[in-house]
Design a protein around this ligand. Structure first.
Ligand code: NDP
Ligand code: 2IT
Length: 450
């Protein structure tokens, strides 16, 4: 696909000029602009309100120095970020990523996508994202704590329960959220819901940990039923990653009767033809924080393969990329198609390159885009915010039921928007349009502010 109209092309060119070299961000903007062309044609009022000009420019972009002292007494310096992209429909909301690859482009692509994803959940959350180029791998718990405290000492100036509510993402889990929450509370003398993904003893929600992976499977199950009258039951599934999203996606896919045969991390992937044993993975990844390759020491029937890209050559019915952006390219997509894969749903953010998405669409592979398919995590963060405001805690079953309902609504809304704008079954276009319309309407009513 490409941008067709002069109007959208001109705006995209100015985005390109203003964000030169920020490839991930431009990739994300281009896809949304391509999807929105039919909407703009039908809604000239959006042109008048300058919605497209405004939506790809963050309301605020914060960059800061994070100094901390490592276990050897050496001073370390990292860079911290928070992009507050859109507050049109609610306080900025989105995760924090700690990974050495983090830069302005990655934070902005994630923050931009979060606008539409959060809108799709139906909950009142704007779009934001943040993080640091800090690498938690190999760091002691004390080093992690000192880093998180230093990071929050600056971030606290910019967030608040009605302003901006961060959460986890790659490299930020329960441990990091706990340290950051503790530091915020100490600085403000205020016990309030400024982060989601909190521990259960201090304001967290049941089912938030599981939510992204479970939500991905609820969405995929709906897509399989609606478009192919089938389900996970009896299917072979390839999943990449072995972090929060991948683990709970695997758990729910197994509960739905699928056989999950792979997981990965940045060192390589494992294949277990008998089906991945998640108890073993939990011990290796969550308790011992070791590499996924350890799995084969305990499961001799499984194999480890160095490098990540060949995971997509493992034959499967359904693929769930759950590691990172652009991990699945055109070559990988062709390999999946050649091996008979008929459905792909994105647990990670933007894991498929545009060329890969095109291969799926040309070959009739069902495709659930990240904004819709992985929205269960942030949706449940929204439910955590509601519980914090009400000062009560819902049961696991109650939260899980709400999550399930939200994922069904997201599928339905994306599917209906795709059909309404003459692209039935194209959930990329459907999700982008359905997410956009609510945000654009709010921006119109709020006047020219940001
Ligand atoms: P985790 O940190 O828990 O796990 C990340 C996993 O992806 C690890 O297995 C990691 O391997 C692997 N990975 C990370 N970077 C790379 C890379 N450059 N190449 C290969 N593998 C890599 O993160 P999450 O599971 O939370 O996040 C995974 C994806 O899901 C991300 O795209 C995130 O943005 C997205 N997401 C997360 C949500 C959440 O609620 N947590 C919600 C919605 C989307 P290694 O340990 O070797 O680095
Ligand atoms: O990409 C995402 O949606 C997340 N990392 C979760 C964000 C959140 O605020 O829960």
């Amino acid at each position: 696909m490409s941008i067709q109209t002069q109007y959208m092309q001109d705006i995209y060119s100015s985005v390109e000029k203003r964000n030169r070299g920020e490839n991930e961000f431009l990739q994300a903007v281009k896809e949304v602009f391509e999807s929105l062309e039919p909407v703009i044609e039908k809604h000239p009022d959006l042109i008048e309100a300058g919605i497209m000009e405004r939506i790809a420019e963050p309301e605020r972009f914060i960059q800061f120095r994070v100094s901390w002292v490592d276990d050897n007494g050496k001073v370390q310096v990292n860079r911290g970020y928070r992009v507050q992209f859109s507050s049109a429909i609610g306080p900025y909301k989105g995760g924090l990523r700690f990974h050495p690859s983090v830069n302005a482009s990655i934070i902005k692509f994630l923050g931009f996508e979060q606008i539409f994803k959060n809108s799709l959940t139906g909950l009142p959350m704007g779009g934001g994202k943040g993080g640091s180029d800090f690498d938690p791998k190999g760091r002691s718990d004390n080093e992690i704590m000192r880093f998180c405290q230093s990071f929050m000492t600056e971030l606290e100036k910019h967030i608040g329960p009605n302003t901006d509510v961060p959460a986890g993402d790659i490299g930020v889990g329960a441990r990091e959220i706990g340290f950051m929450f503790g530091q915020y509370k100490r600085l403000h003398n205020d016990f309030t819901g400024i982060l989601t993904g909190k521990g259960l003893t201090y304001g967290g929600s049941l089912a938030r940990t599981e939510a992204t992976g479970y939500g991905l499977c609820y969405f995929t199950e709906d897509m399989l039923k609606d478009l192919k009258n089938t389900s996970f039951d009896g299917k072979t599934v390839v999943i990449s990653g072995s972090g929060n999203v991948a683990f709970f996606a695997a758990q729910k896919a197994q509960k739905f009767g699928a056989k999950v045969i792979t997981l990965s991390d940045s060192s390589g992937y494992i294949v277990d033809p008998d089906g991945i044993d998640l108890d073993v993975v939990e011990q290796i990844k969550m308790v011992e924080r070791k590499r996924i390759g350890e799995y084969v020491n305990q499961k001799p029937g499984a194999s480890f393969h160095a490098g990540c890209s060949d995971i997509w050559t493992v034959p499967c019915d359904i693929a769930l990329p759950c590691a990172t952006q652009n991990e699945l390219d055109e070559k990988a997509a062709k390999a999946l198609v050649a091996n008979g894969c008929f459905a792909v749903a994105e647990g990670a953010n933007m894991p498929s390159t545009p060329e890969a998405v095109q291969v799926f669409q040309e070959n009739g592979v069902l495709f659930g885009p990240a904004k819709a398919a992985n929205a269960g995590g942030v949706a449940t963060s929204g439910l955590e915010m509601s519980q914090n405001s009400l000062r009560l805690s819902w049961t696991f079953e109650e939260v899980d039921e709400r999550l399930h309902q939200i994922m069904c609504n997201i599928y339905k809304n994306a599917s209906e928007a795709a059909a309404e704008f003459d692209h039935p079954g194209n959930l990329v276009i459907g999700a982008n349009i359905a997410g956009f319309l609510k945000v654009a309407d709010a921006m119109k009513w709020e006047g020219i502010t940001y």
